[in-house]
Design a protein around this ligand. Structure first.
Ligand code: BG6
Length: 510
């Protein structure tokens, strides 16, 4: 959604005043989708908020033959089309574009990387940049290693200033390939200069999970197995696989969402309070959660996981084709477009509390939420009849859309008798702060420029996540449990409903 920016007295203090050192950001894959939809508009918005350091420069690098001006024109079009803030401020855009240039780089050609190096030196001199460089791989994952090694061969990771590399998920395809990728990245960049982006961590509402838990004293005492019955995490999308059939058919919902965004939400919900909101402390606590998750092995996989694939149906009033009829998808594809898991975290805080995660494409609507379901009161003071319309207490952290938090509790229905019903108390971002949250990429790009990796994924975190996913992927590839189907526009295969029914629970309908 694009919104007009209005002066907002309540937004006082919302501006990010942190200042980064001057640097050049090289965007590999600069003519691609991610760069056009997310990175260039995010950089423009940072320029608009005056968060970019003086002298900051962007070099687009891709294999297309383009002049600087042609690339700037392209960048301007994308910013007009995709910027979160509208209308575009022409003077900001013009100033931003004057810092943008382009170098043709064929990732297989070392000479092209040397030419890139010459451009970086020119920019250092003309814009007084002390050699600081950020290399952003906005390219398909199989190119990450080639780019990293070419950067090294051309000597672009050496010299004065900082040298950082940014890579996008998926970080590897399984544990083995993730380790290989890390080994290559670490040959060229120290781990603290490797920024692995999981854009969920840049979402304001995802960070707010930590603020809600640790900036308040009233929630944390109940945030454990004593009072919590179960946790449900839903990452639902109404879209299908769009133009990404070739990628998605290899990946599937488990790799595409659960391994990264899904487990990130589990760790933030379940982690112990870190000593400080700093990279090492936060990431250490997240890794501890991943290590405490009981791995699903053997028969557990059949009992605790569900996979499904959509068939044709109707989504938001539109008729859509089934997954196997999508472009670049095998006609007999066995890839899941829906995944659900029941996990347990074997530690003191969470012993016995199931965490249910589901993620899927072509579900009835787009919604990401974490629902903390509390236990029923131990004694029915008002009797069964008065309480029959009351659900147990629940806190829902709504990540998107309509970002907010709601608390469900029982209240007396106004009448002579005693009847109790569930009501909700809601907090909504838009109404409390009157601003639209910044795009995840704005936050993450700025953090990377400043050198704060708190919201980026560390190598051990990635590995711990793959360790949990690999056995499930193996079992699924061997047909255990069988692949279910669901009509597009419904909440997934029957198995997902049964997974909770077997435990005497049901999925929350967002
Ligand atoms: C990406 C996945 O990481 O996240 C996509 O690859 C998915 O398949 C997207 O659509 C969802 O992101 P968001 O920010 O729209 O929830």
């Amino acid at each position: 959604m694009k919104v007009e920016e209005a002066p907002n007295p309540l937004a006082e203090g919302l501006h990010d005043y942190r200042v980064a050192d001057p640097a050049v950001m090289v965007i590999f894959g600069a003519t691609g989708d991610l760069s056009g939809r997310k990175l260039l508009p995010a950089l423009y918005n940072l320029a608009k908020q005056r968060s970019l350091p003086a002298g900051f420069a962007v070099v687009g690098a891709a294999k297309d033959e383009l002049s600087d001006d042609a690339f700037r024109k392209r960048a301007a079009d994308k910013i007009h089309q995709f910027s979160r803030t509208q209308p575009i401020d022409d003077s900001v855009l013009e100033a931003f574009l004057s810092s943008v240039s382009y170098v043709k780089v064929d990732f297989g050609k070392l000479d092209d990387f040397r030419a890139l190096g010459r451009r970086l030196e020119e920019l250092d001199n003309s814009r007084h940049i002390p050699g600081n460089r950020i290399f952003y791989c906005a390219t398909p994952p199989p190119t990450y290693q080639t780019i990293t090694l070419q950067v090294q061969a051309a000597g672009l990771n050496r010299g004065s200033g900082f040298h950082r590399i940014v890579v996008e998920k998926p970080f590897g395809f399984d544990l083995r390939s993730a380790r290989e990728l890390t080994a290559t990245l670490q040959k060229v960049f120290p781990e603290d200069s490797v920024y692995r982006i999981d854009h969920y961590l840049g979402k304001e509402t995802v960070q707010n999970i930590l603020a809600f838990r640790f900036a308040n004293s009233i929630f944390e005492p109940m945030w454990n197995a004593n009072l919590i019955d179960s946790v449900q995490i839903t990452v639902a999308e109404e879209i299908g696989i769009e133009q990404r059939g070739a990628y998605y058919d290899r990946a599937g919902a488990l790799r595409d969402i659960v391994q990264n965004h899904g487990l990130q939400l589990v760790t933030l919900t379940a982690m112990e309070p870190p000593l400080a909101f700093q990279a090492m402390e936060v990431r250490d606590e997240k890794v501890k959660v991943l290590r405490a998750i009981r791995p699903l092995l053997g028969e557990d996989i059949e009992q605790s996981t569900v996979r499904g694939q959509y068939t044709g149906g109707w989504v938001l009033g539109e008729q859509v084709v089934g997954y196997r009829e999508e472009k670049e998808v095998a006609a007999d594809s066995g890839t899941e477009t829906f995944a659900a898991l029941r996990l347990f975290i074997d530690n003191w805080r969470w012993a016995g509390v199931p965490f249910y995660i589901r993620a899927g494409k072509r579900l009835p609507k787009r919604v990401t939420e974490i629902r903390i379901q509390f236990k029923r009161p131990p004694h029915l003071t008002f009797g069964r009849e008065a309480m029959k319309e009351v659900d147990p207490n629940a806190i829902t952290l709504r990540i998107q859309p309509e970002e907010g938090i709601s608390l469900k509790f029982g209240a007396k229905v106004p009448s002579a008798g005693l009847r109790i019903r569930s009501v909700t108390m809601d907090f909504e971002y838009m109404t409390s702060f009157l601003v639209e949250a910044p795009e995840a990429y704005e936050r993450l790009l700025l953090d990377c420029m400043i050198g704060d990796p708190t919201l980026f994924t560390r190598a051990d975190e990635v590995e711990a996540a793959w360790m949990l996913m690999d056995p499930i992927e193996d079992a699924w590839r061997n047909g255990r449990p069988p692949l279910g189907t669901y009509a597009a526009g419904t909440w997934g295969p029957d198995g997902a409903t049964k997974l909770l029914q077997g435990d005497g629970r049901e999925w929350h309908r967002p």
